[in-house]
Design a protein around this ligand. Structure first.
Ligand SMILES: [Zn+2]
Length: 319
């Protein structure tokens, strides 16, 4: 079975591929049963919209078995003392990059194997029916792409790509995994618990023998093509999303507590433009007071119940 125990600021689990398959519910916070009245209101909100913008966060992926950071009791911050890597630490220190990549190498097979859940599939279906104006995700797990979403901005990048810090070359993460394997043929370590960014915990001794290859083009240091904490989202990308938000006639937040400003600012823009906001998230968010509708249900349970917005209906204020 799967068991968690705290170990002096770190945490360890007995994870095996076998028990991981049944672990999806482990990282989903408890929520009340879906309320039919709320479903009706939510359906109304979605039906009224002809240009719906959806913003998703870690909460949509917990049902795929990826823990989030901030959920009460089940999020990484609540369960453990682990905190995500800071951008400045990664850039300035080769030993920190070595530790990061060693842990990421171990976590990768599991992290990259996660599958979309019914919430991802529902949003992808809405898009294929022409009912979704744009999708913005704060997640780096590629689950929207795996579900087929294309009108998509990955606000914080994607773990499935690697970026050279010197020349900017982009390469697939899977290719780097192969280079890791070749460089570290005898290196073995067990994954001991996965974080939202694919991080795992390893001992110092394990880390120090791990060989990290440089950029094939220029020899520079490699970084996942994601925005680490303490870094900022590319200004052109922020601009682009602001434009999509302003074009929208309704904004739906799915599985985000909106604690991180990079996502929160778009909700402020929507509020400023008087665009109705609905929030689907288990637990309070930073924008509950700005939303005309707040639902505390599981994303994968509620979204598939909704018929995508009907064309031809006109948006009235629901707030
Ligand atoms: Zn390079």
């Amino acid at each position: 079975g799967l068991s968690f125990r705290s170990t002096k600021g770190c945490w360890a689990t007995n994870l095996s591929q076998q028990c991981l398959r049944g672990s999806s519910r482990l990282f989903v916070p408890p929520s009340p049963p879906v309320n039919p009245e709320e479903v009706k209101e939510f359906q109304h909100f979605i039906s009224l919209s002809k240009k719906l913008l959806v913003m998703t966060g870690a909460g949509i992926s917990t049902e795929s078995g990826i823990p989030d950071y901030r959920s009460e009791k089940v999020g990484l911050y609540a369960r453990t003392a682990r905190r995500p890597i800071q951008h400045s630490d990664f850039v300035r220190s080769a030993p920190i990059r070595q530790r990061y990549w060693a842990r990421n190498f171990v976590g990768w097979p599991q992290f990259s194997s996660h599958r979309p859940n019914p919430a991802h599939w529902a949003l992808s279906t809405w898009e294929s029916l022409g009912k979704l104006h744009w999708l913005v995700t704060q997640n780096v797990d590629a689950l929207h792409t795996k579900a087929g979403s294309q009108r998509l901005t990955e606000l914080h990048g994607c773990m499935h790509r690697v970026l050279c810090l010197d020349c900017g070359a982009q390469t697939p993460r899977e290719a780097l995994q192969e280079r890791f394997r070749v460089l570290n043929p005898k290196w073995g370590a067990e994954a001991q618990g996965l974080a939202p960014d694919g991080d795992v915990f390893l001992s110092d001794e394990q880390v120090q023998s791990f060989q990290v290859p440089p950029c094939l083009r220029c020899g520079g240091p490699l970084k996942p093509d994601v925005v680490f904490f303490g870094d900022t989202v590319d200004a052109a990308k922020v601009d682009f999303v602001h434009k999509r938000v302003k074009e929208a006639d309704a904004v739906l937040v799915v599985g985000s507590s909106l604690q991180v400003y990079s996502g929160y600012r778009f909700i402020l823009t929507a509020w400023d433009k008087k665009i109705p906001i609905a929030i689907l998230n288990i637990g309070p968010t930073r924008s509950d007071h700005l939303a005309c509708l707040k639902l505390n249900s599981r994303c994968g349970e509620l979204l598939p119940l909704i018929d995508p917005p009907e064309q031809g209906s006109s948006l009235q204020s629901c707030c």
